[in-house]
Design a protein around this ligand. Structure first.
Ligand code: SAH
Length: 520
């Protein structure tokens, strides 16, 4: 009998991707299917196994995209379709805090599907924390209460402005008890009904001067805190256009937010930028822009694909067989991608590292050497200067003294590797173990995130050329290099180009652009 699938009800936390739990991340990285909600940030979706089927059941403010009963059924269906599969059900905040995780779990129990709950940090306490408001505080609040501002039969959080005309009594709320409760009150999903809720609390005796705060899109680069009192709640929502997702927190602790608000408004706060560099190169610029407050969507324009083919110097390629490994007694790796692809394909062919017993191993440099260590393999040869030329010369010397045999050297490289090694070792054989290709299309969730961005960052003309094939053009681009700039201009982008061809210079330019724009 097939091993059964398991569904993981995972809390994604309130928005900041750093607030996802380690357990949550671990499961997303190996998930076969990810069923996710509207409030989950693109950065967290980007952590999911790139091969996972991504299913958006996001609820839009005024209607359910996919009905809850359908979501429940979908989870069971995916579990049945994927024996031994890892099905991640990813929800904002915590799955059991107004997340309907309980309903999903009950359905899974009914269907005999195994499940696990991975709690998340609920917005109810973390969003106030990011606004500098402790939900409890000695001498001010000795309890806090998390309340839904809408219940069954109440319209699902329409935009605040329309909400004022569509108030209905949230079913099941005991306003008298709430009004007399001395603790902090935290309302989720309450913006639409807040005018009504505030009035009912006052009617039941709650002090109209009770301080309250609306915190919109908490923990994200778009976080905003709006302070009010119970009596000004409704008008403040309309005046300030407070929109979902937002929480409302009421009580004396709100005052502390005036002193403790620690989250700085950074130069790029509220900006969503697309970075088109390859994942490994992107981390530097991503970290810089994130530290400046931006939300960064990493969208590499190239991807690598595992292949096994033999090429000669003229890059004529023929497919190869792992049986031929016995012909070689030295394997040379020139990239971490090469190491990963080689071992993945070796295992997929039904073999394992024992095929390498007795063979010598060479690496171009330290990073590749470290990657090989992860596979339990030490290198015999690493050139001092960590270059392909250095490696070629080192191996050629060893051949010259009879330590190695040139025709029994196997080079494991990517399709774009140059011929340096083959020129220095003309009798060696090269296998291409991975290919670098332009990205052919973006997954839907990423295309939507990218198309909603403020600007896109380009570091090469090829990135521009490929970007316009996979996503529509936002009006603004930040470019490194004049060639990149003119390619972007040709495709109708407004361009801002860094003075120097470095990421630091580009980050500086982006900040300058937005601060000038804000002053204007
Ligand atoms: N399970 C979630 C809550 C789901 S109900 C949790 O534990 O946080 C959805 C409501 O959560 C929204 O209407 C809003 O009130 C609140 N919410 C979720 N994320 C938020 C955020 N980043 N900022 C402000 N409120 C948020």
């Amino acid at each position: 009998m097939a091993v059964s699938a398991k569904v993981y009800l995972i809390g994604a936390g309130p928005g900041d991707p750093g607030l996802l739990t380690l357990r949550g991340k671990e499961i997303l990285e190996c998930a076969d299917v990810v069923v996710y909600d509207r409030l989950v940030s693109p950065a967290i979706l980007g952590m999911c196994n790139p091969k996972a089927k991504m299913v958006d059941v996001g609820k839009m403010p005024t209607h359910h995209k996919v009905k809850q009963s359908e979501i429940n059924k979908l989870l069971v269906q995916f579990a049945k379709e994927n024996p031994a599969g890892v099905i991640a059900r990813l929800k904002g905040g915590d799955p059991f805090v107004f997340g309907r995780g309980g309903e999903e779990a009950l359905e899974l129990v009914d269907a005999g599907v195994e499940f696990e709950v991975v709690p998340g940090i609920t917005s109810a306490i973390s969003v106030p924390a990011y606004a500098g408001i402790p939900v409890s505080h000695r001498g001010i609040a000795t309890s806090f209460h998390i309340i839904t501002g809408h219940e069954r039969n109440v319209i699902l959080e329409p935009q605040a402005t329309e909400s004022i005309h569509s108030q209905q009594e949230p079913v099941g709320l005991d306003f008298s008890a709430l009004a007399h409760c001395p603790g902090t009150l935290i309302f989720l999903m309450g913006i639409a009904n807040m005018d009504f809720i505030a009035k009912r609390l006052m009617e039941c005796g709650k002090d109209p001067k009770t301080p309250l705060a609306f915190i919109e899109k908490g923990t994200t680069p778009y976080q905003r805190t709006v302070m009010a009192t119970l009596e000004t709640a409704g008008e403040t929502i309309v005046r300030e256009n407070v929109t979902a997702p937002a929480i409302t927190i009421m009580g004396g602790v709100v005052e502390l937010g005036k002193t403790l608000a620690w989250k700085k408004n950074l130069p790029l706060s509220g900006k969503r930028l697309v970075v088109t560099r390859a994942a490994k190169q992107a981390s530097g610029i991503t970290a810089r822009l994130t530290a400046l407050g931006a939300e960064v969507i990493e969208t590499p324009m190239i991807e690598t694909r595992d292949v096994i083919a033999s090429t000669d110097g003229a890059k004529q390629s023929t497919s190869v067989d792992f049986n031929d490994l016995k012909n070689f007694n030295l394997l040379a790796f020139t990239s971490t991608n090469g190491v990963e692809s080689f071992f993945k394909q070796l295992l997929a062919s039904g073999r394992d590292i024992r095929e390498l017993a007795g063979k010598k191993i060479a690496s171009v440099g330290k990073i590749t050497e470290k990657k090989l260590l992860e596979y339990g393999i030490r290198c015999d040869y690493v050139p001092e200067d960590h270059t392909g030329e250095g490696l070629g010369k080192l191996l050629a010397e060893k051949c010259a003294v009879g330590e190695l045999e040139e025709s029994r050297i196997l080079l494991l490289q990517g399709n774009l590797a140059d011929d340096t090694l083959l020129k220095l070792l003309p009798k060696a054989v090269r296998w291409v173990v991975y290919e670098t290709l332009p990205v052919a299309e973006l997954p839907d969730w990423k295309r939507e995130a990218v198309e909603g961005a403020d600007a896109v960052v380009f570091a090469s003309t090829s990135a521009v050329e490929n970007y316009v094939k996979v996503a529509s053009v936002p009006h603004l681009s930040f470019c490194i290099g004049r060639m990149t700039e003119s390619a972007a201009k040709n495709h109708g982008f407004e361009t801002v180009t860094s003075d120097e061809t470095t990421m630091d210079s580009l980050a500086k330019k982006i900040v300058e652009y937005y601060s000038a724009w804000e002053r204007a």
